[in-house]
Design a protein around this ligand. Structure first.
Ligand code: PMP
Length: 293
């Protein structure tokens, strides 16, 4: 698709990429004041769209941001953007910002939220990491505490994750695991984390400050169907180092095995059996579970 043909939804209109621009006074830009979602479609089905919209509308409510469309209107705009761009397998970014205000923080100065929808082809981690596993590091930057920004709000404030990502890049890896101020395992910069130990699947609870991941939930449901017990557990890094298996989940990454953290090899250093089983189940699930368009 040539750049000029690619349409972006912006505040009720479908615009060329070059025309889709927002004001320098938009508080989404000035203060990261807003919410967003990253959603995927597989073979013309939008995976867990209702869950994504629910998370976004709840988050918006928590920051007292009025989204100018109902969820069903938003769904229609997402579908329209996908169709206009003729995308069957897409990554969908929905962004709602506080809108245009003045240079002060006061959100009441922003009279109308800005809404845009970008649909694009999906860019994953390189295939070799799905086959061989991803090496990650533990970031020195602490995860933002749940008392500072409630983690269920998928806000436009991603600087905490970006600081973690920079550490990962500096270490020559792609992802960083972030810990709470107490040193408990929280999540990665853009993915939730799971470990498998003696057949039990464990992931940190959201009250630690992790996003309530939609892929995380889907994986826990899939595990249950396989009689693998998923539990929410507060863990120190040493428990992760001693795990049989480790993997990350996220809309973009799906399920990606982790085989090394800092200089510690996880399990036998290869993607584990439970990880591979759940990844296969997940790939089947996305074929059938979703809103068709
Ligand atoms: N944690 C963070 C910080 C994220 O940004 C994401 C991706 N949006 C996730 C976890 C995974 O969430 P989901 O499975 O809903 O994409």
């Amino acid at each position: 698709m040539a750049m000029g043909e690619h349409k972006i939804f912006l505040d009720g209109r479908f615009l060329d990429v070059q025309e889709a621009k927002i004001s320098v006074f938009d508080h989404g830009l000035l203060y990261g004041d807003g919410v967003f979602e990253g959603i995927r479609s597989y073979n013309r089905r939008i995976f867990r769209l209702n869950e994504h919209l629910e998370r976004m509308y709840v988050g918006a409510d928590m920051i007292r941001l009025a989204i100018p469309y109902s969820k069903s209107e938003m769904q229609n705009y997402i579908v329209a953007t996908l169709k206009l761009n003729d995308l069957s397998n897409a990554y969908i970014r929905v962004v709602v910002t506080r809108g245009v205000g003045d240079l002060g923080l006061d959100p009441r100065k922003c009279k109308k939220a800005t809404v845009f929808i970008i649909t694009d082809k999906i860019a994953l981690y390189p295939e070799e990491f799905y086959e061989k596993g991803l090496p990650i590091i533990i970031a020195k930057t602490e995860r933002v505490s749940p008392g500072a920004i409630y983690p269920g709000i998928k806000s436009l404030n991603y600087l905490n994750s970006i600081l973690g990502k920079i550490e990962a890049i500096d270490a020559g890896t792609n992802e960083a695991l972030m810990l709470t101020k107490d040193g408990d395992v929280a999540e990665c910069t853009g993915d939730n984390i799971f470990i498998v130990k003696k057949g039990v699947l464990m992931t940190p609870p959201h009250e630690l400050g992790t996003l309530n991941g939609i892929t995380q939930k889907a994986v826990m449901d899939l595990a249950q169907k396989r009689n693998i017990k998923p539990i929410l557990k507060i863990m120190k890094p040493k428990e992760v180092f001693a795990a049989d298996e480790c993997f990350l989940t996220g809309t973009a990454a799906e399920i990606i095995p982790v085989t090394k953290i800092d200089d510690k090899v996880i399990g036998d250093g290869k993607p584990g059996a439970v990880t591979r089983l759940l990844a296969a189940d997940f790939h089947e699930l996305v074929k059938v579970d979703g809103i068709a368009y």
